[in-house]
Design a protein around this ligand. Structure first.
Ligand code: HEC
Ligand code: HEC
Length: 170
């Protein structure tokens, strides 16, 4: 009996540890993606958008937010597959992928991460001038405020807004 209690405590501890160290979205582990999609901005994790949104974005890379981000055929195929294989709806065990997908209507295909209902809601309490200031430029620049965004960690204790500091909330 004592042994059983000990065992269940151990299992509990393991699960608690595993949960707290799990990132918000699956981190990027793809050098080609980092090279091609991380040259103009930080490489957004595929788990931040559902596959229909990635496909929509990939189908118009020549006119990608007023820049040309087009790729050769082979790179295009490899990265499209990578985005699809790792998109939000296939990674629902990650908290933020789950929340982003759940915030969308089934027939809604978002044009960006920062305009998804979940992201808009999460960021609505931030003063607008802190988002538009030149050190940040816009909500698209996740890593300007989320110091651990490159690891897929967006937790509040790792937020530091330029010219404002740490975010203390509830
Ligand atoms: C030539 C530069 C360039 C390249 C290469 C590029 N992007 Fe972008 N991307 C931009 C710009 C510009 C924006 C608009 C935001 C900004 O000003 O950084 C943007 C925005 C985005 C956004 C929306 C961010 C938000 O607001 O939610 C996503 C997602 C994105 N890019 C994904 C990709 C992917 C995937 C690739 C690789 C296939 C890629 N980008 C390659 C320039 C680029
Ligand atoms: C101007 C700074 C800033 C930028 C840029 C920014 N965020 Fe945030 N983000 C915050 C702050 C501050 C909060 C906490 C808001 C609150 O609790 O009211 C937050 C909250 C979040 C949360 C919820 C975290 C939690 O524990 O509830 C996620 C997920 C997130 N941001 C992801 C992103 C992503 C992805 C991007 C880029 C597309 C981004 N953020 C861009 C400042 C920023």
């Amino acid at each position: 009996m004592k042994y059983l209690i000990f065992l269940s405590l151990m299992i509990n501890a393991l699960f608690a540890e595993g949960y707290s160290s799990m990132p918000d979205v699956a981190p990027v582990k793809n050098d080609l993606y980092i090279k091609e999609c991380g040259s103009c901005h930080f490489p957004y994790q595929p788990g931040l958008l559902p596959s229909n949104a990635w496909n929509k974005m990939m189908s118009n890379l020549e006119n990608h937010f007023n820049t040309d981000a087009s790729l050769d055929d082979e790179t295009f195929k490899t990265l499209s597959k990578y985005l699809n294989d790792n998109s939000a709806e296939k990674n629902m065990q990650y908290k933020r992928s789950n929340r982003i997908v759940s915030s969308l209507n089934p027939n809604q295909i978002p044009d960006s991460i920062s305009t998804t209902p979940y992201m808009v809601k999460k960021h609505r309490e931030i003063r607008k001038d802190l988002i538009t200031q030149k050190e940040v430029k816009g909500l698209f620049n996740c890593i300007a405020c989320h110091t651990t965004a490159d690891k897929g960690i967006y937790s509040e204790r790792d937020i530091k807004i330029p010219n404002f500091g740490r975010w203390e909330d509830d």
